[in-house]
Design a binder for this molecule. Sequence first.
Ligand code: HEM
Length: 403
Amino acid sequence: MQADWTPKHPINISAKAFIDDKYKYYDWMRREAPVYRGKFGPFRSYLLCRYEDCDFVLRDPRFIRSRKENKWRWLMPYGIKLITESMIYQDGDEHRRLRNLVQKAFTPKAITKMHDRIEVICNELLDEVEATHDGHFDLVPTYAFPLPVRVIGELLGIEDNDMDSFQKSVDVLLEGLTGIKIVKTLVWDLPKTVSFLKELLKKKRATPADDLLTALIQAEENGDTLTEDELLGMMMILIIAGYETTVDLIKCAVVALLTHPEQLQMLKEDDSLMDGTIEEVLRYWGPVHGTELIYASEDIQVGDVTIPKGHIITPLLGAANRDPDKFEHPEAFDITRTANRHLGFGKGIHYCLGAPLARLEAKIALRILFSRFPQLTLTKPLEELTFKQVPLFHRFKEVPLSY
Ligand code: HEM
């Protein structure tokens, strides 16, 4: 990086310049202003770049998420209310209650059970690629996107004949919530998705099955169960938090390996490096670069700065994951790295609930992709790959490949 480069102030993490070149900004902030008062869209937010500071904020209960006193709550569409009441926006006991209940359903056993199905889905998707492409394809619509939605759909217990409508309604929703069609999404698509999920709940109540949704309905702790609204919110947050993030992890992993052929070769020769590979992708190009909105519940010192009560603070996970005080040679993509305690899945009470599932999907997806297409190459140089303009994510728009 040029030593004399300075950003335009205030840095806005929603700006195109930042999203396209985030690592350059992280380096500057870490060096010059590790607790930086920048912008997050229209809001002001303290941006954190050092590992130590991010780690501190994520583990200290004085940093909170819920805003019960929000006076605009009555204006919120029903679907958004469901989402904002889900566990990722709760603190303390409210969070613990929801997390304990979902944890009873989202068990390691339920996830391990998906192993063989994930393999089958990956192979089916690549059969389709071979049948419909002449050696060139974009990883995103053919493989990275359809895999996680089918997995979460099957895990929840969505039947084959409902899977297409499920995928369509979720795709429209995710695209709309982060795009310019947000009003249409809120007024039209979100209520449709909520109705679809309500109908699904009704079916599962009538005919319980061996799936996550039935387990969520039945989850109980000391006589306490999830209400209808909580179940809907839980499904929405599982889908929103777990879908495109996993898509991104697969994209980032494939691009990282193809642009570091010596690392890919090592992985091909020794499959025991797969676990380390996924962790290194999560550190080097983790898909999620920030958390949901966090507020200081009182004046709190972070580094040299006092964050005033009520102010927003954003731990930049992607920046923390390149902190030289924490990681040796942070700019190197090294699948043999040990002690890789990255923040790619967050930290503290909101640590990613779906981390085991995301890891499993990514491992299987990579293994099958590179074994079926050993000659896989990127057909564009890395510098020409572009990013979706969504703040706090590392989201390649396309991954054009040739096999
Ligand atoms: C590579 C894929 C994924 C990445 C990088 C990722 C990343 C994260 C991060 C950074 C957080 C913390 C956010 C915060 O503190 O505000 C989080 C939370 C969460 N993730 Fe993931 N996630 C992934 C996949 C999944 C999957 C597959 C699921 C479920 C199907 C899932 C469900 C959740 C939930 C429910 C939370 C909130 C937990 C809580 O509030 O206690 N995630 N994830």
